[in-house]
Design a protein. Structure first.
Length: 78
C-alpha cells in the first residue's frame, strides 16, 4: 500500500525528478523511494561502521574485555 506525502523541494530537485525516464525510473515517486531507500541503507551502514569502530577501540583499550572476548571465542570454536 502506497501512502502519499507532501513535502517541499528546491527547483533543482524538481528539475531532476522531471528527468526520471532518462535514469530508468517509471515515475517521480519511484525516484524518491529509491533515494530514500539508498539514504536509509547508507545511514544504517554508517551506524554499524561507527559501532564496530567503537567496539574495536574498547577491545584494544580494555584488557579485561579483550580477555573476555578471546576466552569466549576459544570456547565457541571448541
Amino acid at each position: 500500500m502506497m501512502i502519499q506525502s507532501k513535502f517541499s523541494l528546491e527547483a533543482s530537485h524538481v528539475a531532476f525528478l522531471e528527468q526520471h525516464h532518462a535514469y530508468g525510473f517509471k515515475d517521480k515517486s519511484e525516484v524518491v523511494r529509491f533515494a530514500l531507500q539508498s539514504l536509509q541503507q547508507t545511514l544504517e551502514q554508517n551506524y554499524l561502521k561507527e559501532s564496530a569502530e567503537l567496539y574495536a577501540q574498547l577491545y584494544e583499550e580494555d584488557p579485561e574485555i579483550k580477555n573476555l572476548a578471546e576466552t569466549a571465542l576459544a570456547e565457541w570454536t571448541e
